[in-house]
Design a protein around this ligand. Structure first.
Ligand code: ADP
Ligand code: ASP
Ligand code: MG
Length: 407
């Protein structure tokens, strides 16, 4: 007998038919003898609707009230799934974040889980009861409801699995696992049987929203065995594992893209020591996360500095740079939101040469201009015009031999 945490995403719980199908799946696993705890997202589209109401009510909203509203969708699915399980003869009850409680810090809108009280849950699981836990939400230090950031139910599930000492956490979603690229963009993408925690972390950070980044971080830290699988099929999914568990390492495991990028160019800054610090210091103080950076070569003692931030941070970044203008002395600022970051990821890069060259040649062949490049040990990212998103992702997928040619 194993203790398994099941997580179901929004599409898997989109309506009552789907909720009933999930209840059948949970009951089948339960009847097979396993102990099951379930973590649910809101129905697909619900959280977007709730967030849009918050924004319409108050553009500069109180983050605590945002959380009160945004957390509401998971209460509905938790209750409905508990009912559907009871209807099937399974003893089940719903649990909201504050009832367990799932303690978080006070970072409303993107709170971090600090601890989960599991005594009562474990006692009931031991009595063959199925807890149905509302994902995405927790209880802050001042007794208010918090949410964990969009996609946060993945993190709720992994955190619960770690706290319960579960044997595995199964993330059920609307695709059959982790693919070599987003299967909605690349028809030839292949499902991976296994992927390392490290690669999964890069994929998630670089735009593949199949798992929330913090969920992967937490699974890696607490060594929670993780499977991503479809709630619509009965095929095995992708297992996220340690590097040692993968025998044959490909050069590249996957391609990811992120449209949530904005490029800022600071034109005509003096080419002397301290200039980069005077630009990036105030941005860091303003909590702006700068990602890719490139500095052009200097011809006349001045230079241009280009970097990227998330779209949400663009306006704030511009405001901060305008405030520091007297100290930095630049000619002008140019912002561009029409860019996408495309990345290739693979731990095999450590031992294979020429990975970057394959990328540059494939993009050149399609006439796609690279605006900024950044690399780490297991990934290479380029910034290109958003118009080429699909073309770039598909060309790179083919160039690294990832296309599935089987019928
Ligand atoms: P859920 O509601 O179940 O949490 P999400 O929409 O958050 O589902 O995540 C699943 C989606 O992630 C898929 O529908 C797919 O389009 C997208 N995705 C992006 N990159 C990948 C990838 N490399 N492998 C699988 N899915 C991916
Ligand atoms: N319902 C939340 C969201 O849409 C959490 C989740 O689905 O993981 O972001
Ligand atoms: Mg998700």
């Amino acid at each position: 007998m194993a203790l398994i945490v099941h997580k179901y995403g929004g599409t898997s719980l989109a309506d009552l038919d789907r909720i009933n199908a999930v209840a059948d799946r949970v009951k089948a696993a339960f009847d097979a003898g396993d102990e099951i705890a379930v973590v649910v997202s809101a129905m697909a589209g619900t959280t977007d609707q709730l967030v849009s109401w918050v924004r319409a009510a108050a553009p500069l909203h109180d983050a605590r009230e945002y959380d009160t509203v945004a957390a509401a969708g998971e209460q509905i699915t938790a209750g409905l799934l508990a009912l559907a399980l009871q209807h099937r003869g399974v003893t089940a009850r719903s649990w909201l974040g504050w009832q367990i409680p799932i303690h978080t810090d006070g970072g409303h809108g993107r709170a971090r889980i600090e601890g989960i009280e599991t005594d009562e849950l474990l006692r009931r699981i031991g009595r063959r009861e199925v807890p149905v836990v509302a994902g995405f939400q927790g209880l802050g230090p001042l007794g208010r409801i918090t949410t964990l950031g969009r996609g946060g139910t993945d993190t709720s599930a992994v955190a619960l699995a770690a706290a319960l000492g579960a044997d595995r956490c199964d993330i059920f979603t609307d695709v059959e696992g982790v693919f070599t690229a987003d299967p909605r963009v690349v028809a030839a993408a292949r499902k991976l049987t296994k992927i390392t925690y490290e690669e999964m972390l890069e994929l998630a950070s670089l735009g593949a929203k199949v798992l929330q980044i913090r969920a992967v971080e937490m699974a890696m830290k607490h060594q929670v065995p993780l499977q991503v699988a479809s709630s619509f099929a009965d095929t095995p999914g992708t297992f996220v594992v340690d590097e040692d568990d993968i025998v044959e390492q490909e050069r590249v495991s996957g391609i990811a893209y992120s449209r949530d990028e904005a490029k800022i160019t600071v034109m005509g800054v003096a080419d002397r020591p301290g200039v980069a610090a005077s630009i990036f210091g105030p941005l860091a103080d303003g909590n702006v996360n700068v990602d890719m950076i490139v500095q052009n070569i200097s011809a006349d003692g001045t230079t241009d500095l280009t970097f990227t931030v998330t779209e949400a941070d663009l306006d704030r970044s511009i405001a901060i740079l305008e405030e520091t203008r007297s100290a930095v002395a630049y000619d002008r600022l140019v912002a561009d939101q029409g860019v996408v970051k495309v990345s290739v990821i693979g731990v095999g890069m450590r031992s294979h040469a020429g990975v970057a060259q394959t990328m540059f040649a494939a993009l050149a062949e399609k006439g796609i201009n690279i605006q900024v490049i950044s690399t780490s040990e297991i990934k290479i990212s380029v910034l290109v015009s958003e118009d080429y998103t699909e073309l770039a992702v598909r060309s790179l997928h083919a160039a690294y031999g990832l296309d599935d040619h089987e019928p």
